[in-house]
Design a binder for this molecule. Structure first.
Ligand code: BES
Ligand code: ZN
Ligand code: ZN
Length: 482
């Protein structure tokens, strides 16, 4: 993990990034005349990142442009942070100092965030992992506008994203549900949130028929992990509940996924669960005064002699019967049990996060998550705004009542698939059926895992939703919103 610190002074012979305003004079860093001329020429050419090679050290000058929207600027800086990161790695640089010459923590921290997130690696399975290891181990920040607390929060978030990515990148052969739950419990111990893992017997006692049905084809038992972060100074009495899909591998079951590559990355199907765990880690590490519960139902979805089958009728823990018409629509079955469990807390709000539908991925690609729900306008506005701030954008889909009609079954209360169209929404409607509390659903099927790398989000697991949900709860803790 990166060592991150705030510093009170720096020397000009270090490797450094200077963040400065394009439209103001370049601050005086004792640049030589040829250097100053070069910087100006590059800026005139509309180059926002200027790199000076001083042979003993590198200086990166990153300009900002206040004529652009603040969130657009922030995202440009995150991406620039990633570009600098790759440069730093190629040149085997171990330490870099970021200087907030623009005196705007929002911007400088964004560059820092991109740099740190871009430095993530998942290399443990390479024989020559030691050689591949990133050179960058330390980042220092010099700023009047950034507090120690800001840095602490951002480091916790970066570590949270790393934690979620590690869990998602781990192959299912090495991370079954039991191991997944244990990893979360261990993180709970380390960072200070409580966990309880329900085993198969307890899951049976609770009559979680969705989770048990999906687990029937599996060689491993299911788990249901409950996370709790309840500080004494919490602003809320009723908890905010985060529910995360924890399918450690999705073959589709008997409704087998087609070959080509649709199964290749299905170890990512527990990304929602990993995100929930990472958010709790960051909440606990930074002691956010909000009472939150996390629920992560987990199993793999496989074929086997006992596997659940299309046509089966199963019973969710609240007694709702579901006609299973496609065993590949398994996420909603395990999440239904989790949402029923959430109801007992009389929650302020339930948010679930799940790699739920290919339809969400197809609809908007990898540029954002799909969101929908019946939560209040204030809640939805705050989620959307936080998404824009963090560049974890939410495209809010309609959630009209009529969409619920397509999950009506001929022989049971509901069925687990809707019609041919609006698949992301009918999945959301299925979940909404199980609660009368304010509810919001985040489908991260497009964003959780990138086959082709995208800047600081990296290749493979992205940690989608960690920064969004943490910042959302942090905002709630500052100013209670209903
Ligand atoms: N885990 C998949 C969804 C998914 C697709 C995640 C692509 C990540 C990337 C989910 O369980 C699934 O298979 N959904 C089906 C539902 C359908 C059968 C109604 C789908 O989207 O095809
Ligand atoms: Zn599936
Ligand atoms: Zn799935």
């Amino acid at each position: 993990m990166l060592n991150i610190k705030k510093i009170a002074s720096y020397s000009m012979d270090e490797n450094m990034v200077i963040v400065t305003d394009k439209n103001k004079q370049i601050p005086d860093f004792n640049f030589t005349k040829p250097e100053t001329d070069f910087i100006h020429k590059e800026i005139e050419r509309n180059e926002s990142l200027v790199i000076l090679n001083r042979f003993t050290n590198w200086i990166f000058i990153q300009t900002t442009d206040y004529s652009k929207d603040i969130n657009v600027q922030k995202e440009l800086l995150r991406k620039s942070g990633n570009t600098i990161c790759k440069f730093v790695q190629e040149n085997k640089i171990g330490h870099i100092t970021i200087i907030d010459a623009v005196k705007d923590g929002r911007l400088t921290l964004s560059l820092f965030e991109g740099l740190a997130l871009g430095n993530y690696q998942f290399i443990k399975y390479f024989k020559n992992a030691a050689e591949k290891k990133t050179s960058l181990t330390e980042i220092s920040l010099f700023s009047d506008d950034i507090t120690g607390a800001d840095i602490q929060i951002l480091s916790a978030l970066i570590e949270g994203v790393y934690f979620a990515r590690d869990l998602v990148n781990e192959p299912a052969s090495l991370l079954n549900s039991v191991k997944f739950s244990q990893e979360i419990a261990e993180m709970g111990k380390k960072s200070g949130f409580k966990t309880e893992i329900f085993d198969k017997q307890k899951i049976k006692d609770l009559k979680m028929g969705g989770l048990l049905a999906v687990n029937k084809g599996s060689a491993d038992p299911p788990t249901f992990t409950v996370l709790e972060w309840k500080p004494q100074n919490a602003v809320n009495k009723k908890p905010y509940i985060l529910v995360g899909k924890g399918i450690v591998y999705d073959t589709g079951g008997l409704s087998l996924k087609p070959t080509h590559d649709s199964m290749d990355y299905m170890k990512c199907d527990m990304a929602g669960g990993a995100t929930v765990a990472a958010v709790f880690m960051a909440l606990a590490r930074t002691k956010v005064p909000v009472y939150a519960i996390g629920l992560i139902p987990s199993t793999d979805n496989r074929l086997g002699p006992d596997a659940y089958s299309p046509g089966d009728v199963i019973t969710i823990s609240d007694g709702t019967t579901v006609e299973v018409l496609n065993t590949d629509a398994e996420g909603r079955l395990i999440l239904a049990d989790a949402i029923c469990y959430a109801n007992r807390f009389e929650p302020e709000l339930i948010i679930d996060i799940a790699t739920l539908t290919g339809a969400a991925h197809r609809a908007i690609g990898t540029q954002g998550m799909v969101g929908m729900g019946n939560a209040s306008k204030n809640v939805v506005d705050l989620l959307v705004e936080t998404g824009l701030n963090e560049h974890e954008r939410i495209a809010v889909f309609p959630f009209w009542e009529e969409y619920g009609e397509s999950i009506k079954s001929e022989i049971a209360d509901i069925q687990n698939v809707g019609g041919d169209n609006a698949g992301a929404i009918t999945a959301g409607k299925f979940l909404e059926y199980f609660t009368k509390y304010p509810y919001f659903h985040l489908d991260i099927a497009g964003t959780a895992f990138l086959k082709k790398g995208e800047s600081y989000r990296g290749t493979g697991a992205t940690g989608s939703g960690v920064r969004l949900l943490y910042r959302f709860l942090q905002a709630i803790s500052n100013e209670k919103i209903r």
